[in-house]
Design a protein around this ligand. Structure first.
Ligand code: SAM
Length: 292
């Protein structure tokens, strides 16, 4: 099957009639029907014939088939049995493995290994189901697979939060989490009209290039500080951090001294600090925790 046919709404309608298939909104089923955007997604992933690709949400297999043309193997997760049946009967290909599982629960590494992967380069490419965007992206960033690239279609507002700079309205925990683990860039914008059915929101394809961090600062502690700093948006940084500091045995005076050393005004709000400032702040708080 040529993936070019799969971006045609007339073909999708025909398949839907043949299988009596109805879109399931709860699974975020919006199929891509724009070849230009499809090609941009595939090109931006920079795949070679050695690459393995993890895809989340096979749908009818549009993106899977396009990816399979340029990489060694696509391992694609699909939660909806009805779609898995259609894919297997109509669109399957030798180098595509459809795994009928919830991608959030699945052990991606184990599934890859069971399908011949050992140390080949691996990337994640997906037109994501939006109801689980953040947990899936965080699983990809924090997990035990060293993805070379992560290229995902997400809701436009989510992309804005991923790319946001300190001090802007979109800046928050998601921006810091994504920017800690990766360098995010925009591949292309995708209006609602490039999907069938059209969703209520516009979309953006983002490319997250993972960063290898050589640091002894545990991510868990860094994000404990970040979460505390954003826990109450209207409170000052000092107030937001006070309960975590108590937990870590750090006094108010010590916290104020750390702020002074880092040239941070205690009355500012958490959303103006950069990732580097959060890293410095956490380092110093941990020194106090350890020595207390
Ligand atoms: N890849 C296809 C395309 O580009 O047209 C379909 C993309 S559609 C936005 C998202 C797909 O993810 C749907 O097929 C949906 O059934 C599937 N899906 C939803 N939740 C999932 C989950 N937790 N695990 C795996 N697949 C899921």
């Amino acid at each position: 099957m040529d993936y070019n046919s799969l971006v045609k709404p007339s073909y999708i309608k025909k398949i839907m009639d043949e299988y009596q298939f109805r879109f399931k909104k709860r699974f975020g089923q919006n199929f891509l029907v724009d070849k230009n955007i499809l090609d941009k997604i595939v090109d931006s992933a920079e795949l070679t014939a050695q690459h393995y690709v993890v895809e989340i949400g096979t749908g009818l297999g549009t993106l899977s088939l396009a990816l399979a043309q340029v990489c060694a193997k696509v391992v694609t997760f699909e939660i909806d049995r009805d779609l898995a049946i259609i894919f297997r009967e109509k669109h399957s290909k030798d180098n595509i493995v459809l795994v009928e599982e919830d991608a959030l629960k699945a052990d991606w590494k184990q599934v890859l290994q069971a399908n011949g992967w050992s140390s080949q380069p691996v990337s994640l490419v997906a037109n994501l189901p939006y109801y689980v965007t953040t947990p899936l992206v965080m699983k990809a960033l924090e997990g035990d697979l060293d993805f070379e690239q992560i290229v995902v279609m997400v809701q436009k507002e989510v992309a804005e939060r991923m790319l946001a700079e300190p001090g802007t309205k979109d800046y928050g925990i998601l921006s810091l989490a994504v920017q800690y683990y990766a360098t995010p860039t925009v591949v292309t914008q995708a209006p609602a009209s490039v999907f069938m059915p059209a969703p209520e929101v516009d979309s953006t394809v983002v490319k997250l290039t993972p960063i290898k961090r050589e640091t002894d600062l545990p991510a868990e502690d860094l994000f404990a500080v970040i979460r505390a700093a954003f826990s109450q948006r209207r409170k000052t940084l000092r107030n937001c951090l006070s309960s975590l500091c108590r937990q870590w045995g750090i006094t108010n005076q010590q916290l104020l001294a750390v702020f002074a050393e880092l040239d941070i005004e205690p009355t500012i709000r958490g959303e103006v600090l950069s990732l580097t400032q959060y890293q410095e702040l956490t380092k110093r708080l941990l020194n106090l925790r350890i020595s207390s």
